[in-house]
Design a protein around this ligand. Structure first.
Ligand code: G6P
Length: 360
């Protein structure tokens, strides 16, 4: 059952492995009999009446929001801002004339996000909650709910909820494009099918991920992640996963920003994990890798098929540029998992963290 570990030693690994099924489940739930995407008419209307979308979230859900913005802007051509809920709460930016708020929350109970929802409701703005728990506070209090259908997530470090949130936003992005009459070859359903297959392939490569964790992360005190464009958003999540469960000091950086400070921290043997799936910046990321290698870094490269070069550690199947995070995060989750395991950490219940934070 969903709340038992079965043959797994940890919920986290079970939940990582469940991701292909979750994605296929989302495809089913958001598809009509003709294989077309299906979204509530009222949600479509609320989105289309707005002139700008504001995504609010915390933690891993915030990282999903960063990807959601790319999907909605690139596919649906609608402007989106993404904000950390606890920041927005006490420092509300200037809003557009007709804002629509989307709250992303696995639990639907995060106090920081709820605080913003209460405020924007008072201001009279419409809201949608994207959540894994439809009966939750954020779901009940927002005007609409988009369910992520990931099933109960028990491990404190979020995995399947994150990929599910991005999957649902890809469907929303496609629906926005349709409603606005934008010509696009992007098909979320087809892309999600490909993503589910790719996830499965990667989940079958656990020995490779475990090998990387042992080689790069068993002794180190810190680890850097680099990426550009959508890969930058994913490495933020990769670094958060590693911090949360292995207690290794990990940071995700935009490749081009390294030289503006962080490169000072690179020493002999410092692990630098790079993700490169975005064709137009692959060479830029490769250049950044050379810069850190020249200063002694130990590079680990996760590249898409198209961008892959001899010596890269993991190859990801090619997907549409906005969909790559759904797949590229899998090795990052698995590498974090094995790093934490080998360092003897309590993977499912890391110190100082709670699954849902219902107080400010
Ligand atoms: C807590 C959890 C994180 C999670 C964040 C937001 O800090 O430890 O894993 O990403 O809350 O949770 P939510 O339920 O709102 O997605």
């Amino acid at each position: 059952s969903d709340t038992e570990k079965g043959t797994y030693e940890h919920f986290m690994l079970k939940e990582i492995d469940e991701q292909p099924f979750v994605i296929r489940n989302i495809i089913q739930k958001y598809q009509d009999e003709d294989g077309d995407i299906k979204l509530e008419e009222d949600i479509r209307a609320a989105v289309n009446q707005s002139d700008r979308i504001y995504i609010l979230a915390a933690g891993t859900s915030y990282h999903a929001g960063l990807v959601g913005k790319e999907m909605i802007e690139k596919i649906g051509q609608k402007p989106v801002e993404v904000h950390i809920a606890s920041e927005f709460l006490y420092n509300q930016p200037l809003l557009s004339e007709k804002p629509l708020f989307i709250f992303i929350s696995q639990s639907g109970e995060t106090a920081d996000s709820r605080g913003v929802l209460v405020n924007v409701k008072k201001q009279g703005h419409p809201s949608i909650t994207i959540t894994n728990v439809p009966g939750s506070t954020l779901s009940r209090e927002a005007d609409f709910t988009l369910h992520t259908y990931a099933g109960p997530e028990i491990a404190v470090a979020s995995t399947k909820a994150y990929t599910a949130q991005m999957a649902v936003m890809s469907i929303l992005a496609m629906d926005i494009a349709r409603a606005r009459g934008i010509e696009s070859s992007f098909n979320a359903i087809q892309q999600l099918g490909l993503a589910a297959n790719a996830m499965e392939t990667l989940c079958d490569q656990k020995d490779i991920m475990e090998g990387i964790a042992k080689e790069y992360l068993s002794e180190t005190r810190n680890c850097f992640f680099i990426g550009r464009a959508l890969d930058y958003h994913v490495v933020l999540e990769g670094a958060l996963k590693l911090k949360e469960i292995s207690y290794i000091q990990a940071e995700g950086f935009a490749g081009g920003e390294l030289k503006h400070g962080t490169i000072a921290l690179i020493e002999e043997g410092t692990p630098v994990i790079a993700v490169t799936t975005q064709n137009h910046v692959n060479l830029n990321t490769r250049g950044n890798l050379q810069e850190v290698v020249a200063r002694g870094a130990n590079p680990c490269v996760i590249a898409s098929e198209t961008n892959h070069q001899e010596g890269d550690n993991i190859i990801l199947p090619d997907l549409h540029e906005v969909m790559t995070p759904i797949v590229s995060v899998i090795p990052l989750q698995l590498i974090s998992y094995y790093a934490a395991m080998h360092r003897g950490c309590d993977v499912d219940k890391p110190r100082n963290l709670a699954k849902s934070v219902t107080v400010e």
